[in-house]
Ligand binder design. Structure first.
Ligand code: ZN
Length: 68
């Protein structure tokens, strides 16, 4: 099973009841250095994927800020 967790705030984003190398997830196609950075084995059969949640993603460019 795969658990997606925000690497910034630690919030659980989602989980997937399959293997991390399921082609659906696309993780197995990443370069191995990206896999090392994103994927952690937290328990036998459990993999954690460290990504950023929507709250921790860099703030999108906001045209309004330009005028403030
Ligand atoms: Zn977050």
């Amino acid at each position: 099973m795969v658990v997606y967790r925000c690497r910034h705030c630690g919030r659980m984003i989602g989980e997937y009841a399959g293997s991390w190398d399921d082609p659906l997830l696309g993780l197995a196609q990443l370069p191995s250095e990206d896999q090392d950075a994103l994927i952690t084995c937290i328990a036998p059969g459990q993999t954690q994927v460290s990504i950023l949640c929507e709250h921790c993603l860099p703030v999108p460019y906001d045209e309004g800020l330009w005028y403030n």
